[in-house]
Design a protein around this ligand. Structure first.
Ligand SMILES: C[S@@+](CC[C@H](N)C(=O)[O-])C[C@H]1O[C@@H](n2cnc3c(N)ncnc32)[C@H](O)[C@@H]1O
Length: 463
């Protein structure tokens, strides 16, 4: 009997794991261990950029593992797995909120584990409720049950300790579950089922507000700091690769304008790596107040000598930075908004396009969805493969990297739910950009979930 799919996936997984091991050794990284209590450099993409081959080997391993799981698991188990993922997420939230994760990280001899009864009494909880929550957390790879009823953090859950990247990324959004729950009726029955407006989504239903999400944040200043922090970590995950994988030296414009630049983390990293550039962070008034104070504290000289400016600018208004001095970054901006609404992508991109000089570029940093048209097709994916060795392998993971693309596709539904936005495929990007008198001059794959879509004025476009 020939088990064609199983054999090819197994061969592909072996190849991917061998490459992973080889590349980790080349980079002098310690072995990966779920028993270790120390964070591994590969655990934090905001601070460590893996080699291209290592990044690809990891993505290919995950794609193979996901495809193997789909092949082997029963559909009923698969559905139970999917349905109950919500509980896994909530168990993690509960253990963060109670303070148990920080406590488990601080206790002496933390690797031996702490009995659930001790945790229950310390935090005045019912151990009968705590044990299933801890076991669910452990079953999802976040902790170890070191002996019956005793639990210890592992290397991965250290990311949830106060101040660490995973904790800051893990935004508690009260109302999130009701937003998710209202998706089916929004899509099928509601008055808004055919609306593309960013102010007619499950967000408004759950939060009982007529405002779109960013306008709502402006009215709720208490939400600003955790949301800005969450968005910054989300952005920071691609920052090392944006800085390393885009050919910044080829940029002909001295000033980089980061539109909707948030807390300014990206331009800071670019200024550090490229002393010849100047930069401007633009965002809404409430955000730039926060960004200015952060920049004045962290980069006082750049602020003082004008190398770095922070300014309020609404990207639905005409862009004031005009001509060949400027190139523009839009990171995680376009995916928030629908295509053609008045408050939508056509207005944002059109405003930037009208400010461009012939030398200016727009760098859109966002995800590029690869549709899973044929489960064995690899053509589209090759555009995003960074390492030539990987291309030579006859592998049968889908072109969109199978379950390694789950995050991209879930994010797309998240954007839809919040703002009627979405993640777009390359043909969708091309249409969008062309409609604003621009053309895509290059696509740079990143060692991240996102790519850089480089655009310029389309000189062939009719006036
Ligand atoms: C998803 S965040 C991305 C932040 C940043 N670009 C990054 O990559 O970390 C979207 C940003 O757009 C900003 N924003 C929303 N509406 C805006 C508007 N009308 N004009 C300017 N910025 C806006 C938000 O305040 C927020 O900082």
């Amino acid at each position: 009997m020939v088990h064609a799919e199983l054999d090819r996936l197994q061969a592909c997984l072996n190849f991917a794991l061998d490459t992973l091991r080889k590349e980790m050794d080349k980079s002098q990284l310690p072995p990966l261990s779920q028993h270790s209590l120390v964070e591994h450099p590969l655990d934090d993409p905001t601070t460590y950029l893996p080699s291209t081959a290592l990044f690809e080997a990891r993505r290919l391993s995950l794609a193979c593992l996901g495809e193997l799981k789909d092949l082997v698991q029963t559909p009923l188990d698969k559905r139970m797995d999917e349905r109950y993922t919500a509980y896994a997420a909530v168990c993690t939230d509960t253990l963060i909120k109670t303070g148990i994760i920080d406590y488990l990280s601080d206790v002496p001899n933390s690797s031996q584990g702490v009995p659930a009864a001790e945790l229950a009494s310390r935090f005045e909880l019912d151990s009968q409720k705590l044990v299933p929550i801890l076991r669910c957390f452990a079953a999802n790879g976040w902790a170890r049950e070191t002996c019956d009823y005793s639990f210890a953090l592992n290397r991965c859950s250290r990311s949830f300790i106060k101040g660490h990247a995973g904790r800051r990324l893990n935004l508690f959004m009260p109302g999130f579950m009701s937003m998710v729950e209202s998706i089916p009726s929004w899509v099928m029955e509601s008055d808004w089922k055919l609306s593309r407006s960013p102010a007619q989504t499950p967000f408004q239903i759950a939060f009982k507000t007529p405002l779109h999400r960013f306008a709502w944040v402006m009215e709720h200043p208490h939400a600003l700091i955790p949301i800005a922090d969450h968005l910054q970590v989300h952005g920071d995950m691609s920052t090392p690769s944006v800085v390393a994988d885009y050919p910044w030296k080829q940029l002909d414009t001295p000033i980089i304008v980061d539109c909707g630049g948030g807390k300014g983390g990206l331009v800071s990293a670019i200024l550090d790596a490229h002393p010849s550039f100047q930069a401007i962070v633009q965002d809404t008034e409430n955000v730039v107040a926060l960004t200015s104070s952060i920049m004045e504290e962290r980069r006082p000289r750049d602020v003082e000598n004008g190398r770095l400016k922070v300014e309020a600018h609404d990207f639905f208004q005409p862009q004031p930075r005009i001509g060949n001095d400027y190139s523009f970054i839009l990171r995680h901006i376009i995916h928030d908004w629908p295509d053609d609404e008045a408050v939508g992508v056509a207005t944002i991109l059109g405003n930037v396009a009208r400010a461009l000089g012939p030398k200016s570029k727009i760098l859109i940093v966002d995800m590029v969805v690869v549709p899973n048209v044929d489960s064995t097709a690899t053509t589209n994916a090759e555009l995003f493969l960074l390492d030539s060795d990987v291309k030579r392998v006859d592998y049968s993971v889908p072109s969109h990297f199978g379950s390694a693309s789950k995050i991209v596709n879930a994010f797309s539904v998240h954007m839809l739910t919040l703002m009627n936005g979405c993640e777009r495929s390359l043909p969708e990007w091309e249409t969008l950009v062309k409609g604003c008198g621009l053309c895509i001059t290059n696509v740079y794959p990143l060692r991240a979930h996102t790519s850089i879509i480089e655009c310029a004025l389309d000189t062939r476009a009719s006036p």
